[in-house]
Design a protein around this ligand. Structure first.
Ligand SMILES: NC(=O)c1ccc[n+]([C@@H]2O[C@H](COP(=O)([O-])OP(=O)(O)OC[C@H]3O[C@@H](n4cnc5c(N)ncnc54)[C@H](OP(=O)(O)O)[C@@H]3O)[C@@H](O)[C@H]2O)c1
Length: 322
């Protein structure tokens, strides 16, 4: 089967297309024929080994010091079950599914085995494989942080980096939770974020968000430019600051920063449960969550797809088709 691999950390052209053996499902696994996967900001970070400050040492330990231990990137997929192991009861050949391998990665392949008890659910009927492939990375990140912030109807939320993979999912989920949304992105993306549910829009290039006269119940920072200090005046005294991109130091400091203040800083990494994927898939079928697609590339143009993600300007998601 065809696959994209990388044998060393570096720019997009470290990716190469190779032939790998087609896997066989074990007793409790399914074999999925992929229709689509994505290139996420996480994939691009790992390919370049460009981790947030302070994570290099632990990152080398986990992902490989001199070269990547796992040569196949890709965290999410949409496809069709081709075969199932003898013990599989939830799925059958022909079922359309989405799955999230998260940090285990391995989705830049034509065929992938997946445990039936993992983060795998039936694909939403109303979405294409391309849209469905992009449900999990942005969706589970946004959902996990919004739930930890106890988002509730009427909450005023500011989403910084609203036009990216996580931001476009966060707008739609915050809308589902009936929050009042202020989306921060450059003005060419304002119409898009409004169409997703943003009530107010701000261009970070012309307005300093840390000096806004407003106060927010929740601030979700998908960029890494906000912290407890510079959001002091715009976060409600009982507000929650959600930091998706943090240095190792800020990650450790977050619980301490919450002490002695009504404000809460939440920075812990995302832990995804299969129920979260099911929730997102159902929301998609109800028409409340549709992953935004920037561009779609065939597998053999995966380096170009990574270059687009490296630009830091992608809108929503970048898709790879097989
Ligand atoms: N903690 C976790 O578990 C976790 C999980 C997922 C992702 N992440 C991290 O979260 C970050 C966001 O991920 P993503 O996938 O959403 O990224 P992304 O899709 O690559 O973000 C691209 C978007 O960022 C916007 N942008 C760039 N600079 C900006 C600025 N200064 N202010 C506001 N918007 C800006 C761009 O819009 P404009 O062109 O309009 O500027 C573009 O649409 C990444 O660093 C990723 O590594 C962390």
């Amino acid at each position: 089967m065809r696959a994209a691999i990388y044998k060393s950390y570096g720019p997009p052209d470290v990716l190469q297309i190779v032939d790998l053996p087609k896997p066989t499902p074990k007793e409790n696994e399914v074999l999925i024929k992929l229709h689509a996967t994505t290139v996420t900001s996480g994939d691009a970070r790992l390919r370049a080994f460009n981790l947030p400050p302070g994570f290099n040492l632990i990152g080398k330990f986990i992902f490989g010091a001199k070269a990547p231990r796992n040569q196949v990137l890709g965290t999410e997929l949409s496809g069709v079950i081709e075969a199932v192991g003898q013990g599989v009861t939830k799925f059958k050949p022909g079922d359309e599914v989405i799955a999230f391998s998260d940090a285990k990665m391995g989705c830049y392949v034509e065929f992938k085995t997946f445990p039936e008890t993992g983060a795998i659910v039936h694909k939403p009927k109303s979405l294409s494989h391309e849209q469905s492939a992009a449900i999990c990375f942005g969706g589970t990140t946004a959902l996990s942080f919004l739930r930890r912030a106890n988002i509730k109807p009427g909450d005023r939320i500011l989403i910084n980096g609203a036009s990216g993979g996580v931001g476009t999912a966060a707008i739609q989920l915050a809308k589902h939770f009936k929050a009042e949304i202020t989306a921060v992105c450059s003005s060419p993306n304002h119409a898009l974020v409004q169409s997703l549910g943003a009530d107010h829009v701000i261009d970070y290039r012309t307005t300093k968000i840390t000096e806004l006269p407003d106060q927010f119940d929740i601030i979700l920072d998908c960029i890494g430019s906000l912290n407890q200090q510079n959001t002091r005046s715009i976060l409600h005294p009982k507000g929650r600051l959600l930091l998706i991109v943090v240095s190792f130091r800020d990650l450790l400091a977050a619980p301490l920063q919450s002490m002695g203040s009504g404000k809460k800083v939440i920075a812990a990494p995302v832990v995804t449960k299969p129920e979260d994927i099911q929730f997102l898939a159902e929301l998609a079928d109800q028409g409340e969550f549709t992953p935004v697609i920037d561009q779609t590339f065939p597998l053999d143009q995966i380096a170009a797809a990574h270059a687009l993600v490296d630009s830091g300007r992608k809108i929503g998601n970048v898709i790879i088709t097989f």
